[in-house]
Design a protein around this ligand. Structure first.
Ligand code: G16
Length: 543
């Protein structure tokens, strides 16, 4: 084995976004691209000499090659140990759990989350800090700065390490420890949830369909739902991870999980349906004939969390990302809980969780989680929903109806305009930003603007400030439009328009959300000139 020092030079654009560095796979496969960024990670965290890291990914195309390169680079920079999921696989929440449980110096997760995989699709890499959570901005900025000054990187020249075999091997003085990617995660879930009770639910004939979308949660869901809880074989569908996710788009929403939606809206629908994304941190929840928006799901989980043993003692507080609907706030107000509003990005929950200010948090982008790890967690959300279904004896539709009757319904939808010309998208945002001060008092489509601002966040724990986190326009009566540009796309710009309207009258809480939101949708277009500026007459995705 030879330690090589390879001369290189900076590559443009290695700036981590909302969740690590995401690019087209072919970009990552380009000469020095991955190596430069991995070296930048080492430099950004003060080197890896003597450190222990976790490594794993969602199994997408290039995961296996990237894992080998990272191991050889870690060894060349004198890391002590890397704990790798078997075959280089780990779901994002399982990686977060391992980082915490083993007390490591952090970990690397290979994923572009819900983005499609394949040689012509997307790849990604992110670093999680020793608390198990995504690196905060100061750390990713150091990585970006290092990527702009890089002149060389170190790598061990050797044959591939066998990542299929559990156990330890030596790589130039570094221990490579290959672990079962599922086992520790199952143990954690057993600590939070009453598996006996959930077993009894399935034994009583409860039917469920979990769509793993050919992504990483297949093995986790099979081990927990079918093997540990006794759900019938076939409960988990598309359970075998594949490098291109079966040619699909592993994004658990009604568009990309349409098969599941069709089953759940059909005549013989199971009691409960769920899906998770590429790396297992997102979730979609759907009952028989009842889709649950991620924002509503978060609010329902907060209202009923005590039905699971892990949360029986109550919640310290809750948090949501700013664009997430304010359904959570209504639960928090009624229950006397602190409720924090953070920018988009799971990393912003980290300090609140570490400081014990919150127990539960979530986002409109199909992520919910708690203080059990420092990532959102798809399978965990499913188990908490199952605990609520078992504990209340109600159906998903009944739980939703009761929730809205008690707290009001925050009708909600997100409209995405994808791969928009970047200049057009930036121009739209700039023009709207410039008009914010004059908007209060004006009316659009008969909705009167109560307040308009650009969201900035002051972290209550470390005092750091994050600016320019989205434009928000509040209307009288509880409706709201938020606009921001995505930080996870890999092509042009993605304009996200978040739409919300509050309905307190139970008689009006069962409309189609797009119809209920029609005036807010029209007001958003009138405010920002979406069609005029982007040339788009309809969004690509409506969640
Ligand atoms: C990531 C972040 C989430 C964020 C989502 C969408 O999720 O972890 O916090 O809500 O991206 O971000 P954006 O609106 O900037 O595209 P994931 O599941 O893609 O890792």
């Amino acid at each position: 084995m030879e330690r090589l020092t390879i001369q290189t030079s900076p590559i443009d654009g290695q700036k981590p976004g909302t969740s690590g560095l995401r690019k087209k796979t072919r970009v990552f496969m380009g000469r020095h691209y991955l190596e430069n960024f991995v070296q930048a990670i080492w430099d950004g965290i003060g080197g890896v000499a003597g450190k222990t890291l976790v490594l794993g990914g969602d199994g997408r195309y290039f995961n296996d090659r990237a894992a080998q390169i990272i191991l050889r680079m870690a060894a060349a920079s004198d890391a002590a140990r890397v704990i790798v999921g078997q075959n280089g696989l780990l779901s994002t929440p399982a990686a977060s759990n391992l980082i915490r449980k083993r007390g490591t110096d952090g970990g690397i997760i290979l994923s572009a989350s819900h983005n499609p995989g394949g040689i012509d699709e997307d790849f990604g890499i992110k670093f999680n800090t020793p608390n198990g959570g995504p690196a905060p901005a100061d750390v990713t900025e150091r990585m970006f700065a290092a990527s702009r000054e890089i002149t060389e990187y170190a790598i061990i020249e050797t044959h591939d390490i066998d990542l299929a075999r559990l156990g330890e091997t030596d790589l130039a003085g570094m221990v490579v420890e290959v672990v079962d990617p599922v086992a520790d995660y199952v143990t954690l879930m057993e600590q939070l949830f009453d598996f006996d009770r959930l077993r009894a639910l399935f034994a009583g004939g409860f039917r469920m369909r979990f769509d793993a979308m050919h992504a990483i949660t297949g093995p986790y869901a099979t081990a927990i739902l079918e093997e540990a809880l006794g759900a019938p074989p076939g409960t988990v569908v598309n359970g075998m991870p594949s490098p291109d996710f079966g040619g699909g788009h592993p994004d658990p929403n009604p568009i990309w999980a349409k098969d599941l939606m069709d089953v759940m809206m059909g005549d013989d629908a199971p009691d409960f349906g769920a899906a998770s994304d590429g790396d297992g941190d997102r979730n979609m929840i759907v009952g028989r004939g009842a889709y649950v928006t991620p924002s509503d799901s978060l609010a329902v989980l907060a209202a009923h969390a005590q039905l699971a043993p892990g949360y029986a003692g109550g919640l310290a507080g809750v948090a949501r990302s700013m664009p997430t609907s304010r359904a959570l706030d209504r639960v928090a107000a009624a229950r006397g809980l602190d409720c924090y509003e953070t920018p988009t990005g799971w990393k912003f929950f980290g300090n609140l969780l570490d400081a014990g200010k919150i127990t539960l948090c979530g986002e409109e982008s199909a992520g919910t989680g708690s203080d059990h790890v420092r990532e959102k967690d798809g399978v965990w959300a499913v188990l908490l929903w199952l605990s609520i279904l078992a504990g209340t004896g109600r159906s998903v539709a009944e739980i939703l109806a009761a929730h809205w009757a008690e707290f009001g319904r925050n009708y909600y939808s997100r409209h995405d305009y994808e791969a928009v010309d970047s200049d057009a998208a930036n121009g739209l945002m700039e023009a709207l930003r410039a008009r914010l001060p004059e908007l209060p008092g004006q009316s659009f489509e008969n909705l009167v603007i109560a307040a308009a601002d650009e969201f900035a966040y002051d972290d209550p724990v470390d005092g750091s400030r994050a600016e320019a986190q989205g434009l928000r326009i509040d209307f009288d009566g509880g409706a709201r439009v938020v606009m921001r540009l995505s930080g996870t796309g890999t092509e042009g710009a993605t304009l996200r328009v978040y739409l919300e309207a509050l309905e307190l009258d139970p008689a009006k809480q069962h409309e189609d959300p797009q119809a209920a939101l029609a005036p807010v949708i029209a007001a958003a277009d009138a405010l920002a000139g979406i069609t005029a500026r982007t040339g788009r007459t309809a969004p690509d995705v409506r969640t």
